[in-house]
Write a protein that binds this ligand. Structure first.
Ligand SMILES: [Fe+2]
Ligand SMILES: [Fe+2]
Ligand SMILES: [Fe+2]
Ligand SMILES: [Fe+2]
Length: 429
């Protein structure tokens, strides 16, 4: 599929009635879990599309082009409303949160396996283990506060088990910065992969920032605050992979291409007929946006858009269970950390000057909420909420041991010994 050769929906036909903008939501328990992840991701993609166009108009002196941009932007905004409001109102904030982290885990795993740039791939794998741990921490509260078995939302497609513990995700944000790709040599797939993930992580950050206060429980609120801040680090990590020398016209082109590719992928994979129609219509809108962006790109850059986006669609958001891939990364990379100059290292190689120690001491000195979550679960439920095959469940103590730091751990850290006890109890049962 070459979008530039397809027919899109003319811009003047993209305006909808309020009736059409607000559609019937999917059902909390009956919907396919990957229908939910598609809907969550596309909301993030639309938010980024809207936000980017605000930045662009603020910087652009081209009055005529801006008139077009602000009209497309309104459409992006309406698309965002449609997509986001497909969420059922009975889906609690914690339910949706589990959905967000399932997006992060299974999307990042897919992207990593479809990424030709080894450095970008390593960065994806690094972030993957952090969102994997977020899913585990939130699952404790889903069970404790709402008596929700996480599998009601996840449908057993994603494991829930300790990852790289969240208390170790707090870094000097300068260390989170990665080296960027070269816009002249990076493939369209790399550009789309990264922008897709930036959009997802940014939306995750925004969701936690906007909803974390909606629970009365202070331990849970603090967990939202803690993980919200990690998502901020994730946005930093992924957005610094992008070549900053791309012009705004080039970025606009890549944005529309990313939207089109994602809707195309959703359309191809969707199992719910009603949702499939929505993705199809959205794709038609994006093809038109892409053609308009291409026109301005050609005008200002004097280049063919194909030089940037290639001649065929890429598939940036195929969702399927990634348990095997994630387990492999988990067992091998749980002890990694970000270090200076965009590099990675293992925890045993860090010396006392590692800048993230200062950050971790500053934020976790009164206890890490992510550790409290597990401790409360052990106290309340007798063990942590963990859903995986017994082989992986029995490795929780060794995973924590491998991930721990020599020089700083939060004072309330749930130790490998405590995990060993849980596992023993489980085996005795
Ligand atoms: Fe859009
Ligand atoms: Fe996360
Ligand atoms: Fe994340
Ligand atoms: Fe668009």
């Amino acid at each position: 599929m070459n979008f530039l050769k397809e027919k899109g929906i003319p811009l003047e036909k993209q305006l909808k009635t309020w009736h059409d903008i607000v559609k019937r939501p999917y059902e909390r328990e009956l919907a396919d879990n990957y229908t939910r992840t598609r809907q969550i991701l596309m909301n993030g993609i639309e938010t980024e599309a809207w936000c980017f166009k605000h930045c662009m108009v603020r910087k652009s002196p081209d009055w005529e082009m801006n008139k077009v941009l602000v009209n497309i932007r309104r459409i992006e905004d309406m698309q965002q409303t449609t997509v986001n409001w497909l969420s059922p109102f009975k889906q609690t904030v914690l339910d949706t949160t589990l959905g967000y982290e399932q997006v992060a885990v299974d999307l990042t795993a897919w992207l990593a396996q479809n990424e030709e740039d080894e450095y970008v791939k390593e960065t994806f794998n690094f972030g993957l283990l952090e969102d994997f741990d977020h899913l585990y921490r939130y699952s404790q509260f889903a069970k404790m506060i709402e008596d929700t078995n996480p599998d009601i939302i996840l449908h057993g497609a994603t494991d829930v088990v300790v990852g790289r513990p969240t208390q170790y995700h707090h870094n000097c944000n300068g260390l989170r910065m990665r080296k960027h790709y070269d816009k002249n040599t990076a493939s369209p797939q790399t550009k789309v992969n990264i922008l897709t993930l930036i959009s997802g992580e940014q939306q995750t950050h925004n969701y936690y920032a906007e909803h974390g206060f909606m629970y009365g429980n202070n331990d849970l609120k603090r967990l939202y605050a803690e993980i919200c801040d990690v998502e901020e680090e994730h946005v930093t990590m992924y957005e610094t992979l992008v070549d900053p020398s791309e012009t705004m016209y080039e970025k606009w082109l890549v944005h529309e291409f990313t939207e089109a590719c994602n809707y195309y992928n959703c359309y191809k994979d969707e199992v719910d007929d009603r949702m499939k129609l929505i993705w199809e219509e959205m794709l038609g809108m994006e093809i038109e946006h892409l053609k308009i962006a291409s026109k301005y790109f050609k005008q200002y850059e004097k280049k063919d858009p194909e030089e940037v986006i290639g001649e065929k669609a890429v598939l940036p958001c195929h969702f399927e269970s990634q348990k095997e891939y994630v387990t492999d990364i988990l067992l091998n990379e749980v002890n990694k950390r970000v270090v200076a100059e965009g590099k990675f290292d293992v925890v045993d190689k860090l010396d006392e000057s590692w800048r993230s120690y200062v950050i971790q001491e500053a934020v976790s000195s009164s206890g890490a909420p992510s550790e409290t979550a597990v401790q409360l679960s052990i106290d309340t439920l007798g063990r942590d909420v963990a859903l995986a095959d017994s082989d992986l469940l029995n490795k929780e103590d060794s995973l924590v041991k491998k991930a721990m730091q020599k020089l700083y751990n939060a004072p309330n850290t749930v130790t490998p010994e405590a995990y060993k006890e849980i596992i023993k109890k489980q085996l005795d049962m």
